[in-house]
Write a protein that binds this ligand. Structure first.
Ligand code: DQA
Length: 146
């Protein structure tokens, strides 16, 4: 059984009511339920967490390194400017683990400030624009390359 940490950043706890035209109608518990079901189908044991706190998100990435767990990360707005989160994410991939960056929306087709990801350069890969299915595709990528 492979362990995967699925980590969601700021404002993703507001899914369901937050800009549903962009992010959909599913709330965070609903997203977590789908992710856990997909992970089980693929033979993973996954854990889904959400925080608005950059330090907490970094601590979870450190935990992933220390407990040897792959990561599916939606860094949310931290994607675009957090070098601290990038440095934490780099420890995952340079430590021989996989980190898939995911986004519900396609940031490249949105406002200019969203076109930059400071995380992408240290991620194993990025999946964006497929709504909650971005998480399913990320888990499938991890499963296919296990
Ligand atoms: C997001 C895209 C980010 O630009 C935004 O700040 C988010 C969500 C996404 O999943 O589409 O909070 O990461």
């Amino acid at each position: 059984m492979t362990d995967v940490l699925v980590l969601n950043g700021p404002n993703l706890g507001r899914l369901g009511s937050r800009e549903p035209d962009v992010y959909g109608h599913l709330d965070h518990p609903g997203l977590a339920g789908r992710v856990l079901a997909w992970a089980t189908e693929l033979g993973f044991e996954a854990e889904v967490r959400q925080t608005d706190d950059e330090a907490e998100l970094m601590a979870w990435l450190h935990e992933a390194v220390d407990t040897r767990r792959d990561v599916v990360l939606n860094p949310a707005a931290f994607t675009h400017y957090s070098y601290a989160l990038r440095d934490a994410a780099a420890q995952v991939t340079t430590g021989g683990l996989r980190l898939i960056e995911v986004h519900l929306s396609n940031p490249a087709s949105r406002e200019r400030f969203r076109h930059t990801s400071v995380i992408a350069g240290v991620a194993t890969g990025t999946i964006a624009g497929f709504g909650v299915d971005s998480y399913r595709l990320a888990l499938q990528a991890l499963a296919h390359q296990a």
